[in-house]
Design a protein around this ligand. Structure first.
Ligand SMILES: [Zn+2]
Length: 231
């Protein structure tokens, strides 16, 4: 009841969470000015994480700096599914502008980095999954990735791992090693995959997911993350 009322009154996205300006007549969850101010990666962060092999490319849309930190926090800990979808929309739009559109045209599967069941119970949703849905929708609008589908039942997190942010760099790789598994290998074999995550710090999580997907015979895995930490 309260949720319906909140939605009807647009309380959830009534104000920009960054500058607190009221968001009139818009479905946006952050005001245009604050979106414009989000910092973009340049230099090493903008380059691919796995240079040389285009099938292992990684794209980071924003730099994990300034307001994106607050946005990420709200997405994870403030019950803001609408904000997650909105950020997915922004990421999808940016992705559609990329030069290497051949990678996107031929995509078969869009796979969000999964949460462990405990994480879903705690949060009520997977932010990367909500983002993946919007990414698919934005790419379709540009006639990209038309035959792709968002697959949420393929890659699963089988081990509940401590939060990566609480660990040292060296501990992070070990923490997520073998934490992800492919449930339906027949869906992966020979497929071109886009892997979606919210933040990339050391790359340990996307690396573990990528390895699990490639192990089952996917032909390529391109990674897109909303925010990438400065190297
Ligand atoms: Zn604002």
């Amino acid at each position: 009841m309260l949720e319906t009322l909140k939605e009807a009154l647009f309380i959830e996205n009534g104000r920009c969470p960054i500058c607190k300006r009221v968001l009139f007549f818009t479905k946006d969850h952050i005001c245009i000015d604050c979106v414009k101010k989000l910092e973009r990666p340049s230099g090493r962060e903008a380059a691919e994480m796995f240079p040389g092999d285009p099938s292992k490319r990684r794209h980071g849309v924003y730099l994990y700096k300034g307001n994106i930190k607050e946005i990420t926090h709200l997405m994870k800990f403030d019950n803001r599914p609408g904000l997650c979808s909105f950020m997915g929309k922004l990421v999808g739009r940016e992705l559609a502008l990329l030069e290497r559109q051949d990678e996107l045209e031929e995509l078969d599967l869009i796979i969000p980095v999964p949460l462990h069941l405990n994480g879903i119970k705690e949060r009520g949703y997977n932010q990367s999954e909500l983002m993946a849905m919007e990414i698919k929708s934005e790419l379709s609008k540009k006639n990209l990735a038309l035959r792709s589908k968002v697959a949420i039942d393929v890659l699963v997190k089988t081990r509940d791992t401590p939060h990566q942010r609480d660990l040292k760099k060296s501990e992070r790789l070990v923490n997520v090693k073998d934490a992800f598994e492919i449930k339906n290998p027949e869906m992966i074999r020979g497929r071109k995959v886009l892997l979606v995550d919210d933040i990339c710090t050391t790359g340990a999580t996307v690396h573990a997911c990528r390895e699990a997907i490639l192990k089952e015979g996917a032909s390529s895995v391109v990674v897109v993350v909303m925010a990438v930490v400065e190297i």
